[in-house]
Design a protein around this ligand. Structure first.
Ligand code: NCD
Length: 313
């Protein structure tokens, strides 16, 4: 089926999973983000009659603040919380359903992060206002995938034929499934590099197989470094390990340093959704490959683009 992307494809739409977004629609977001990045001041205050709820039931630095800043540059007012202990949900036992109903009443769009898989989907079913998933347990983080691909596209001017390595905790990370689902719409080759127990979850692998995505697995970066255009690194998702001894065993089992990049292409970029713990050594920051701070900055433009497309005229 050919999905026709219209300029208003995102108006009033929930953004819960990247699986629901076609390649043409992804490109609309990227084109808009590019326009915004070129001249952010042109987009200032264009949603000054809108209110955005940002409700985070899990800690965040970048995602919360980039949504908050994006909304404010566009002129929206924001309500919500970054710390669930300040809400009745945690403090008084209010249900997620009722919390969503409150914010639906106060605002034009709800941005939600929650530790449970399925929470954003549930919120979108409860709310008549559009819901944007800012992270649902280990399941998905669609706006992170958008800014990850935007950064690759800005670096290479294309996506097709890129060779993309993903290194680290590919099992408990939610950025990996979203990135994989979004990349499956392009003609790319994926390399999963991690200890066996941290390879992508079975549902991600079966998605790859049923969508005919080319991929390889290895547990050593040396096997693939020379072929990679992108190296996407993730931290060990300590908070999601069911067994703390398993976490202790894997702690420190991978780290990218200058030496790991011997043989890499000159143009290879290193991405990381951040926060980083110890998986990329600080000496990498000053190399031409390090693109993760630029990637985090791009989050602002991509989230501005999305908010504008969901709530704009
Ligand atoms: C990621 C997340 O929350 O999943 N962070 C982010 O949003 N930039 C990655 C992580 O926490 O490791």
């Amino acid at each position: 089926m050919i999905v026709v992307a219209r300029p208003d494809s995102f108006r009033n739409r929930d953004v819960v999973s990247v699986k629901d977004i076609s390649r043409e629609e992804l490109e609309l977001v990227f084109d808009h983000a590019r326009e915004i990045k070129k001249e952010p001041s042109k987009f200032r205050d264009r949603l000054s009659d809108k209110i955005v709820s940002i409700i985070f039931f899990e800690p965040s630095t970048r995602t919360f603040n980039s949504f908050d800043t994006a909304a404010k540059i566009l002129g929206c007012r924001t309500v919500g919380f970054a710390d669930p202990s300040a809400s009745s949900y945690t403090g008084k036992g209010e249900t997620l359903h009722d919390t969503i109903k409150m914010f639906e009443g106060y605002s034009d769009c709800i941005v939600i992060r929650h530790p449970m898989m399925g929470a954003a989907k549930f919120a979108s079913e409860v709310s008549g206002k559009p819901v944007i998933n800012a992270g649902s347990g280990a399941q998905e983080h669609p706006t992170q995938a958008l800014l990850d691909i935007f950064t690759m596209r800005e670096s290479f001017g294309k996506m097709d034929s890129l060779n993309i390595g993903m290194l680290g905790d590919l099992r408990y990370s939610r950025t990996i499934p979203s990135l994989v689902y979004a990349l499956s719409k392009y003609d790319v080759r994926l390399n999963f590099i991690s200890p066996e127990s941290l390879q992508p979850r079975p549902e991600v692998e079966s998605f790859l197989k049923s969508n005919g995505v080319k991929y390889e697995k290895s547990n050593d970066i040396k096997d693939s470094i020379k072929d990679l255009d992108v190296l996407y690194v993730t931290r060990l998702q300590k908070e999601r390990f069911v067994d703390p001894t398993e976490y202790q065993k894997l702690k420190g089992s991978y780290q990218i340093c200058k030496d790991s990049m011997v043989g890499a292409k000159d143009c290879m970029i290193i991405l990381h959704p951040l926060p980083r713990v110890d998986e990329i050594s600080a000496e990498v920051d000053s190399t031409k490959h390090a693109m993760y701070f630029e990637q985090a900055r791009n989050g602002l433009y991509v989230r501005m683009a999305l908010l504008d497309m969901v709530m704009g005229k």
